[in-house]
Design a binder for this molecule. Structure first.
Ligand code: PLP
Length: 379
């Protein structure tokens, strides 16, 4: 650290210089991110609540109220009006809290969790942290988890079954209805990781599968405002059907203004809840429908354009994610696209390129991208 501080002007100049190293969503080149440019009101709300700490909530009852309202909005959207939960740091913490509750409720000596092979890698991390054995269930030909494989994997040690509503790599929605039936029969906790899809599926025009608390066995869900909710990072969400789940997560906080904490992260910003609240209030159901509608239109434009150029789709997009392979070699295509400045993901396990068509990806960006693909495909 410097002995004396820099002037305000110098600090800002340095920061602006370094800021140039970061990519900007507005350039339309980021096609691999599940986050996007936040809604302008979400940014304003974030700044307004910058100093609030939900980890010492007695000091910040306003932030607590915003968190409760955000949880209620998410729960209502996902057909669980009476659910309780928290705004957390992201999908990883939300999944962690859900599996911690499931494990503690079950009280098994050698806990296992059944994960689709396509489950987000956060769940592998979480199993490691919680000392739960992950049991991976195979996918069917459409890259959805195969319910038969799940049913076969249930044992007396199973503390939870996880389904994903919107897989990170392909945007596939697992058959949550079938998983719900298995969970009911086997009396096992069902967690739905809808970190991404939870704020997309409800706003789709059609083909909306049942994936939420409308299914009786779903005990917990992850749904992240900092993805398609257009809130500022770090805004994840975890919801529980029953209040008893919180008892399993409770830790006494002897010297703080609250008696207990229920999240993994201690000191945490109330600005995240404020930003999600502001995005929800500003956009409403209609606003999100419009945004999702545009993303889906651009997704279809890209998918159709890729097929026209001779590429093949791994699956027909259900959400705003396109996964494709190139005739001339997919890895080669991904390297060439990277050289042209596109940020795309190459997914080795499916040998495909994955594109997330977030709200910052406009029609004009999609068209330039398709031109670049066509140029590379012709080489
Ligand atoms: N679950 C799913 C389905 C995701 O796609 C992601 C991240 O993209 C996560 C969990 C983890 O979320 P985060 O990166 O916010 O911790």
């Amino acid at each position: 650290m410097l002995t004396g501080g820099l002037s305000r002007k110098q600090v800002l100049a340095e920061l602006k210089k370094i800021r140039h190293l970061d990519q900007r969503y507005d350039d339309g080149k980021i096609l691999c991110s599940m986050c996007t440019k936040p809604h302008p009101m979400a940014e304003k709300a974030y700044k307004l609540f910058l100093n609030s700490n939900l980890g010492d909530s007695g000091l910040f009852p306003g932030s607590v109220q915003l968190q409760q309202e955000v949880v209620h909005e998410l729960a209502t959207l996902l057909h669980g009006e009476n659910c309780i939960g928290h705004v957390v740091s992201g999908g990883t913490e939300a999944n962690l809290m859900a599996l911690l509750a499931a494990r503690n409720m079950a009280n098994a000596s050698d806990p296992e969790v059944i994960l689709p092979e396509s489950a987000h890698f956060s769940l592998t991390k979480i199993c490691n942290v919680l000392n739960i054995k992950p049991v991976y269930a195979k996918l069917d030909n459409s890259y959805m988890v195969d319910p038969l494989q799940v049913a076969k994997s249930v044992s007396e040690n199973t503390v939870a079954i996880v389904g994903t509503a919107g897989t990170s790599e392909l945007g596939v929605i697992d058959p949550i209805e079938a998983l719900s039936r298995i969970s009911s029969q086997c009396k096992v906790w069902l967690h739905v990781d809808a970190a991404f899809g939870g704020l997309v599926i409800p706003f789709l025009a059609d083909n909306k599968p049942q994936f939420d608390f409308s299914l009786g066995a779903v005990q917990s869900m992850t749904v992240d405002p900092h993805k398609m909710g257009m809130a500022v990072i770090p805004a994840g969400g975890v919801l529980f059907r029953h209040e008893e789940a919180l008892d399993c997560l409770k830790t006494e906080t002897p010297y703080l203004t609250d008696l207990y904490q229920y999240t993994f992260v201690g000191t945490r910003t109330g600005a995240a809840a404020a930003s999600a609240w502001a995005a929800f209030k500003s956009l409403g159901i209609e606003g999100y429908r419009k945004i999702v509608g545009k993303c889906m239109k651009n997704t279809q434009l890209i998918a159709d354009g890729l097929v026209e150029e001779g590429c093949s789709l791994v699956v027909q997009p259900s959400l705003n994610i396109v996964a494709f392979r190139s005739k001339g070699g997919t890895k080669h295509m991904s390297e060439k696209l990277r050289q042209k400045g596109w940020f795309i993901s190459y997914v080795p396990r499916y040998d495909c390129i994955r594109i997330v068509v977030m709200p910052h990806v406009k029609k004009k960006h999609a068209e330039v991208f398709l031109k670049d693909v066509a140029g590379i495909e012709k080489l």
